[in-house]
Design a protein. Structure first.
Length: 130
């Protein structure tokens, strides 16, 4: 320990002119459209969609109206066909009733089972012949 020479401590110092500044801010590139552009684009797409819905609703309404008029036009034909079928079945039922009830005295074939003066639409049930 003979050499206890005092050495001069060398301190580290910044370089001349200082250190460069530290970049801590976000430096992201601008990507995509702005919020306003997205909003306007979305509004335009929705407006076009509503336009197409309105056009579709009008077309559907016209087709429904056309279908309704076609059914109204065919209704008398369908009603006449139903009436003819109803009369045919009633006639067959009366013939079968006359055949079944021929032995019963004072039986009136085709007499209404409803004792009223009002018209009651008959139910033409087709009875299978035995």
């Amino acid at each position: 320990m003979a050499s206890l020479v005092k050495e001069v401590a060398k301190q580290e110092l910044p370089p001349k002119g200082g250190y460069p500044p530290i970049e801590y801010a976000r430096n992201l590139p601008k990507r995509g459209p702005s919020g306003l552009a997205l909003f306007i684009g979305g509004a335009a797409v929705m407006a076009y969609g509503f336009y197409r819905v309105i056009i579709g609703n009008r077309k559907r309404c016209e087709l429904t109206k056309e279908k309704r008029y076609a059914r109204i036009g065919v209704l008398p034909l369908l009603q006449a066909e139903h009436d003819r079928n109803c009369l045919r079945l009633l006639k067959e039922n009366e013939e079968l009733e006359a055949q079944i009830m021929k032995d019963v005295p004072n039986w009136k074939v085709g007499e209404s089972m409803y004792h009223t003066d009002k018209w009651v639409t008959p139910v033409p049930i087709q009875i299978q012949k035995l």
